[in-house]
Unconditional design. Structure first.
Length: 148
C-alpha cells in the first residue's frame, strides 16, 4: 500500500501551526447509490426485513431524520463502500456487522463479527468517509487507514 501525508493547519489566536500526520491507506471503497432505489426498498419492506440490512440504531436514526430516505441511502452506501474497502465485498460479512453512525460523533463506522476480524487483519484503525449528492444519487467514498 502507499503512504499518504495528511497536513492540517490549526489556527490558535492568529498563529498558524502546521501538523503533518502520516497514514497508510489500507483500502478504498466507492459506491453510487440510487436514492429512488432505496426509497422503493424502504417502502416495500417491513421492519423485520429492514433489520436484515440496517441495525436498530441505524433504523432509529434514519426514521427520525429530516430526510429519512436520504439518510437510509447514505447509510446503505457507506456500508457498501466499507465492504469494498475491506477487500471482501459482502461475501462472508453480514450487513449488520457494518454499523454506520450518522449522528455526527466523528466515528462513522463500527464493525462487529467477521467485518471486525477482517479490519484487524488489514490493520485498519480509522475510516475516512466522504459523500456527494448528485441529483437523485449519492456518491460515497470510504478510505480505510492505519498509522504509519
Amino acid at each position: 500500500m502507499f503512504f499518504n501525508r495528511v497536513s492540517y493547519i490549526y489556527k490558535n489566536r492568529g498563529n498558524r501551526c502546521n501538523v503533518t500526520i502520516e497514514t497508510e491507506a489500507k483500502g478504498l471503497g466507492v459506491d453510487l447509490v440510487s436514492v429512488t432505489r432505496i426509497a422503493k426498498l424502504i417502502a416495500g419492506h417491513d421492519l423485520e426485513t429492514l433489520q436484515l440490512v440496517f441495525t436498530n440504531k441505524e433504523i432509529d436514526y434514519c426514521h427520525g431524520a429530516t430526510d429519512s430516505i436520504y439518510s437510509y441511502a447514505l447509510c446503505f452506501g457507506i456500508k457498501e463502500a466499507v465492504a469494498k474497502a475491506l477487500a471482501t465485498g459482502l461475501v462472508g460479512i453480514d450487513w449488520n456487522e457494518i454499523e454506520v453512525d450518522l449522528t455526527g460523533t466523528g466515528k462513522w463506522v463500527c464493525l462487529q463479527g467477521k467485518a471486525k476480524i477482517q479490519a484487524k487483519k488489514l490493520n485498519i484503525q480509522q475510516w475516512h468517509v466522504d459523500w456527494w449528492r448528485l441529483d437523485n444519487h449519492l456518491l460515497v467514498n470510504v478510505i480505510a487507514t492505519s498509522k504509519k
